[in-house]
Design a protein around this ligand. Structure first.
Ligand code: NOJ
Length: 546
């Protein structure tokens, strides 16, 4: 059965850059360390900009580098308008963004509006001022239940596990959907709204091209803070997956959209296509799509793609749904396979040789789809999750509460050399805040550069083709699914008579790929059978017919 999904047609202008961009996520702490203290920094990014330009990405998303006690890796912000000394200075940021722009790379920064750090001056003032004070009104303080207020105000659980409430010395409780060091702001308070509008302007004035909005679905809590009514009995993070039980009173409330409707004119008032992408989770793709549009945000991550299991049916369903929603809202889909919160996709797909083969194939699949693709640093090297970090080195606050940790995808990436941390710091530096495994020596940028068939060269080739191929351009026609054997995904995209077909073999046997034209790039070596070509299992190929 051949079916077609047509993405929204647009006229490409420079302001539309984000619609088909490849964005590279830099986990700042683990990307490149310029001063040898074992922590990545802004100068380190600046030094590695030529690598990113040559890789062929369009933009960088930088995880938070603001002043922070770093309890949740910087998602606990103490000052939204400054750089933490561990990452550098505002002058370093200015120099980095100037150079990035000179290299043709745009910069997206992370905005963390749901909560501040408990070290933020608003929160220290709120604790000092006491119950009923205007200072407390900026956060969500409440009296407890029970005869002496000794029980939390409601049954909400933290995403990181345990209760979402912590009691203060004077007996009141404050809400934190994440760690107790991350108090939730009260987004019904006008001062909170105006403060963040001002923070947006602060970074826009410094030239940023966009924002990744953290917990974009969480800022508004249902009036009266009603009980959820059930406990997850497991890590709070899983609550997200329980959305099927009904909308949680602290996620995806209708009123949250008012915030984005106020932000959009601010973004639009700056030249050059300033954008925002939502890290939002919603019950259905339809509700997720509500965050996107000409009067709200530009994009929302399609996490269903990341969550798809290794099967043609699973991917087909997710792709079809995402493309259909994109058509409704008039914005292309935002695909992602890995990020700093999720196990790396090499490991999710089985680890070892099999996991890497599948990861490479999935990356080719993602880069052939219409829309914007987000890469996570190190995926271009085929890095797996580091599963055996010693417990005492793990820093994720969720680890202490639940035993689950996201440190394994945050290990500093290998650049070159024989000894760990493989060029993460300056020559001779042995420090890195998390240790890289010995196996990563063979995965470094230097070890893979110029090596035919390496994962790095695969990404470079695919990104180069993606940039120039008319059938992969924004205004190319939609996706046309081709008839294929069970377990095989095959779709074409075309521009005039030029047709590019992507075939992904998730079946248990090699498949013939004749009739689609000449191969342009493949995640594994194709073999010959008679006069035909075979795509091996767990592999993908792009073919071109003119
Ligand atoms: C989502 C971020 O990606 C994650 O790293 C962080 O822990 C939470 N939001 C809380 O800010």
């Amino acid at each position: 059965m051949i079916s077609t999904a047509t993405p929204p047609q647009t006229t490409t202008t420079d302001d539309d850059w984000w619609r088909s961009a490849v964005v590279y996520q830099v986990y700042v702490r683990s990307f490149a360390d310029s001063d040898g203290d074992g922590t990545g920094d802004l100068q380190g990014i600046r030094q590695r900009l030529p690598y990113l330009r040559d890789l062929g990405v369009d933009a960088l998303w930088l995880t938070p580098f603001y002043t922070s006690p770093m309890i949740d890796g910087g998602y606990d912000v103490a000052d939204y308008r400054d750089v933490d000394p561990m990452f550098g200075t505002l002058a370093d940021f200015d120099a980095m963004i100037t150079d990035a722009h000179a290299h043709g790379l745009r910069i997206i920064v992370d905005l963390v509006p749901n909560h501040t750090s408990s070290a933020h001056h608003w929160f220290t003032a709120a604790l000092a001022a006491g119950p009923g004070s205007p200072e407390r009104a900026r956060y969500l303080f409440a009296d407890g239940q029970g005869t002496h207020g000794e029980l939390p105000p409601n049954d909400w659980e933290s995403i990181f596990g345990g209760p979402a409430w912590t009691r203060t010395a004077d007996g009141q409780w404050y809400l934190h959907l994440f760690d107790s060091s991350q108090p939730d702001l009260n987004w019904r308070h006008p001062e909170v709204r105006s403060e963040f509008e001002d923070v947006l302007r602060f970074w826009l004035d410094r030239g940023v091209d966009g924002f990744r909005v953290d917990v974009a679905h969480g800022m508004i809590k249902a009036e009266g803070l009603p009980d959820v009514g059930f406990s997850t009995m497991t890590t709070g993070q899983r609550q997200v997956e329980l959305l099927g039980k009904g909308r949680l009173p602290y996620f995806d409330q209708d009123e949250v959209h008012e915030i984005y409707r106020a932000w959009r004119p601010i973004l639009d008032s700056y030249p050059g296509g300033r954008m925002a992408v939502a890290e939002a989770w919603a019950e259905t793709p339809q509700r997720l799509a509500r965050y996107i549009g000409p009067d709200e945000l530009h994009q929302a991550f399609s996490f269903d793609f990341l969550d798809a299991t290794w099967s043609a049916d699973s991917f087909r369903k997710v792709i079809d749904t995402a493309l259909a929603e994109a058509t409704v809202v008039g914005a292309p889909t935002t695909w992602v396979l890995s990020n700093h919160d999720k196990q790396r996709h090499v490991t999710r797909y089985g680890d070892g040789v099999e996991g890497l083969r599948r990861a490479r194939a999935a990356s080719l699949l993602m880069l052939a789809l219409p829309g914007c693709a987000y890469l996570y640093q190190g995926e271009e090297l085929g890095l797996p999750e580091v599963l055996d970090l010693p417990d005492e080195l793990r820093q994720d606050p969720a680890f202490l509460r639940t035993g689950e940790s996201r440190d394994g995808c945050r290990v500093p990436i290998p650049w070159d050399g024989e000894l760990a941390p493989y060029g993460f710091g300056p020559a001779g530096s042995e420090l890195s805040w998390l240790p890289a495994p010995a196996l990563w020596r063979a995965l470094s940028v230097t070890a893979q550069t110029g090596v035919p068939g390496s994962t790095l060269e695969l990404y470079r080739t695919a990104l180069r083709i993606r940039h120039v191929h008319p059938a992969l351009a924004l205004d190319a026609d939609g996706v046309t699914w081709q008839e294929s054997e069970p377990g095989v995904l095959a779709f074409s995209r075309s521009a005039g008579a030029t047709v590019l077909t992507c075939v992904v073999n998730m079946s248990g046997a090699p498949v013939l790929i004749d009739g689609y034209g000449q191969p342009l790039v493949a995640s594994d070596e194709l073999t010959e059978q008679g006069s035909g070509r075979l795509l091996p299992i767990d592999a993908a190929v792009w073919l071109e017919r003119r």
